[in-house]
Design a protein around this ligand. Structure first.
Ligand code: 3H9
Length: 704
């Protein structure tokens, strides 16, 4: 065996050369790997005793793509195109041996080999779209030549990983190798290729599938139409489609490549891809908690208790049932318990009806659920998650009881979205075991889990909550105790400003439109109508003091009553309501405000900049570990558009000096609700960004 460089070896098995990559963790195509491939292949090609070449990887996977951290930096070493040309132009058959995942640039390299052999567990995909890109090393031109135009459109715009068996059917893979015997199978394939004088199959020359799609622009038109909602706001899906269109319509492979190159360069230098690449790393950073090592002992969670069988409790339970963890669900009244269990069953049956689960799966999950009216039945669970009414006295009562019932060492979690975890913990004799685990509604769907560490919460309990999140498929950000934690604390200024803008002259539908166009799935007033305007509203106490009071008094309590800020038709389509407009006009008159016209740009700034400022305060107080964790919360819990990278990344993008200047301007006009955070001032003074801040330990001291 010859070492080509630090990450590449060249060895021989008879007359077959084997180029082996070993660049953990995922054999990404960094400069070393590209250099190693270029040199390794050149040597093998130049060696007259070599008849064919196998490319294989060590570690858990084949090449998982370009090295994402290299984008935006000056190019180094051999280019990916050079490597691809050497492989594709090799006069000796090249066989790519795939295990784990062949993704992005990895699959593009494999597509330049003449043949591909894979183990059944391997997966192939072009997931560049997920980081705001397109396959920029020939992938958009080669893939449709093998799998056809429709399948290629689906793969490049979804980024999905396709299993090896399906790849064999579509021709992406030529042969399946027995699991664990990839090298032997690939070498055997290479020997056979030599013995049978198999042709040097170049994907680029295979035009049959493209020709079938020529003169049929409706393929693309229909695809765009069918996916318009999903792709809204994103540039990358459209650019990927244009590349496949170029593969079909360009006069040659090279011309198609030119289009791919041009569109790739536009995306890779743009802010959307920068945001999505940032989120890629943020999603991996979020699991790393300063001060809590990966090997911190955790509490095995084999049985869970959920208190409350309402929407939240039911949704939370489903997460655990889905991964085979038994759940005991507790309610105070039989009727509520029955209703909760029936809803869980209905949700699962609906999934089964859509073909995403079998009825057997439904029954398996339901069999793991034990409904009860007795809190005492939680004595032997490893983790309790309380999801009762959001009132401190009720929560404390529950935790006081749990303290006496639940076995020592179990995690006692509250799903509160706002309340003080330390105060809840004070109702127990074991505050070290108490933590917040804030799920987002619908809890069986939403990916975010905001874990809230109290002053006395132990490392083991924090590590257990984090590990549990992973186990049930969530993404968990850690927050410190402060009103509303990270997410709801930042939601509050946005809601406040939305209401104020309406008093100043914007209509609810103007605010909603501006934020929808910014990229949110819906605006704040649409959200209120969906959630119900009467959350926290008490009829008997209502004195018509706010627009919301008046709407509720008219029984306009949101979508559920057919009217709220908006009017709704039978299909729940909304339209601006003259009734709401009249009430707003009355309130404006009463307050003596002269309505003014407010641009969408101002609406966005007024709603978003105060959120960024609040995020800065959260960081300044040490209630979040890093700015990117805040972004994770907003992307996964509140529908912040991923192509804008989250509120903190967005602040960095527009410029913190601009955000600060606006906060100061509004502070002088409208008071201290806009007072800039000291951290924001400091970063601007030092010409730094949120992304320059290193991770910090969580401040667990109670807020002053
Ligand atoms: C591309 O190929 C462009 C080309 O078309 C054109 C070029 C001209 N680069 O996810 P994990 C790191 S774009 C750099 O936890 P898993 C990751 O940050 C690329 N680093 O493991 C993490 O680091 P750390 C197209 C990468 O087992 C560690 O590896 N390809 C890359 O759950 C482990 O990652 C993709 O988009 C990378 N490409 O999942 C694939 N990939 O330990 C992206 C990973 O310091 N990757 N890292 O936190 C993945 O989808 C998953 O990582 C994979 C493994 C499925 C491979």
């Amino acid at each position: 065996m010859t070492a080509i460089n630090a990450v590449t070896d060249l060895s021989k098995d008879g007359d077959i050369a084997i180029v082996t990559l070993n660049s953990p963790p995922v054999n990404a195509l960094g400069a070393d790997v590209r250099d190693g491939l270029a040199q390794g292949f050149k040597q093998a090609i130049d060696d007259p005793s070599v008849k064919a070449i196998v490319l294989i990887c060590e570690g858990k996977t084949f090449i998982a793509g370009a090295d994402i951290s290299e984008f935006g930096k000056p190019p180094k070493g051999a280019s990916l195109f050079e490597v691809e040309n050497i492989i594709e132009g090799s006069p000796k058959p090249v066989i790519a041996a795939i295990h784990g995942t062949a993704l992005g640039g990895g699959l593009e390299v494999a597509l330049c080999a003449h043949y591909r052999v894979a183990v059944p567990s391997a997966k192939c995909g072009l997931p560049e779209v997920n980081i705001g890109l397109l396959p920029g090393a020939g992938g958009t031109q080669r893939l449709p030549r093998i799998v056809g135009v429709e399948a290629a459109l689906d793969m490049v715009t979804s980024g999905k990983h396709v299993g090896a068996k399906q790849c064999l059917e579509s021709g992406l893979v030529d042969e399946l190798a027995p699991e664990g015997k990839l090298k032997e199978a690939a070498v055997a394939f290479a020997k056979k290729a030599v013995a049978e004088n198999k042709p040097l199959k170049k994907v680029r020359d295979n035009n049959a599938k493209l020709e079938a799609a020529r003169g049929k622009p409706e393929i693309f038109a229909n695809f765009r139409k069918a996916n318009a909602k999903k792709f809204r706001g994103f540039m990358a899906p459209e650019y990927n489609i244009q590349c496949i269109e170029a593969a079909v319509n360009a006069p040659s492979f090279e011309e198609g490549l030119k289009t791919e190159r041009k569109l790739f360069m536009e995306l890779v230098t743009g802010t959307q891809s920068a945001a999505q690449r940032y989120v890629f790393f943020a999603e991996r950073q979020v699991w790393k908690i300063p001060g809590i090592a990966d090997d911190t002992p955790t509490i095995p969670v084999k049985k869970v208790g959920i208190i409350g069988a309402g929407t939240m409790g039911g949704g939370i339970s489903m997460n655990f049932l889905n991964v085979g963890i038994p759940v005991t669900i507790v309610e105070t009244k039989q009727e509520a318990l029955d209703r909760g269990v029936a809803t869980i069953r209905k949700n699962y049956e609906n999934t089964a009806k859509k073909g995403r689960m079998t009825m057997e799966d439904v029954e398996k999950r339901m069999a793991l659920l034990t409904p009860t009216l007795k809190l005492e039945d939680l004595a032997d669970v490893d983790m309790v998650i309380e999801a009762v009414f959001e009132r401190m006295d009720i929560k404390k009562d529950v935790f006081g009881k749990l303290d006496k019932i639940v076995k020592k060492g179990a995690v006692l979690a509250s799903n509160t979205s706002y309340l003080n975890i330390d105060e809840i913990a004070s109702a127990t004799t074991r505050p070290q075991d108490v933590i917040g685990m804030h799920f987002f509604s619908p809890a069986n769907v939403m990916r975010l889990l905001e874990n809230v560490r109290g002053e006395k919460t132990s490392d083991a309990v924090v590590a257990t909550a984090t590990q549990t999140a992973k186990k049930i498929g969530k993404i968990a950000a850690l927050a410190g105790v402060c009103p509303g934690f990270i997410g709801n604390r930042m939601l509050s200024p946005r809601q406040r400003e939305a209401q104020k803008l309406v008093m100043e002259g914007a209509m609810p539908w103007d605010v909603d439109r501006a934020l929808y166009n910014f990229g949110f799935p819906m605006g704040p007033f649409q959200m209120s109508d969906l959630a119900g305007l009467d959350i926290g509203w008490v009829k008997e106490n209502s004195k018509g003091e706010t627009i919301r009071d008046r709407l509720c008094e008219l029984d306009r309590r949101g979508q559920k009553t057919g009217a709220g800020y908006y009017d709704y038709d039978a299909n729940r389509n909304n339209s601006p309501s003259p009734v709401t407009a009249e009430i707003i006009e009355e309130f404006r008159k009463k307050s003596g405000v002269n309505s003014r016209s407010i641009s969408d740009e101002e609406i966005v700034e007024r709603c978003i900049y105060p959120m960024i400022n609040e995020g800065a305060k959260i960081l300044e107080e040490g209630k979040a570990l890093r700015a990117s964790d805040i972004d994770i919360v907003w992307i996964n819990g509140y529908g912040w558009p991923v192509y804008r990278g989250g509120p903190m990344f967005y602040g960095d993008t527009v410029g913190l000096d601009k955000v600060l200047a606006k906060m100061k301007e509004w502070q002088s006009q409208m008071g201290d609700a806009f007072k800039p955070s000291a951290l924001l001032e400091k970063l601007v003074a030092e010409k730094k960004k949120f992304s320059d801040l290193p991770p910090q330990p969580l401040n667990t001291k109670p807020a002053k």
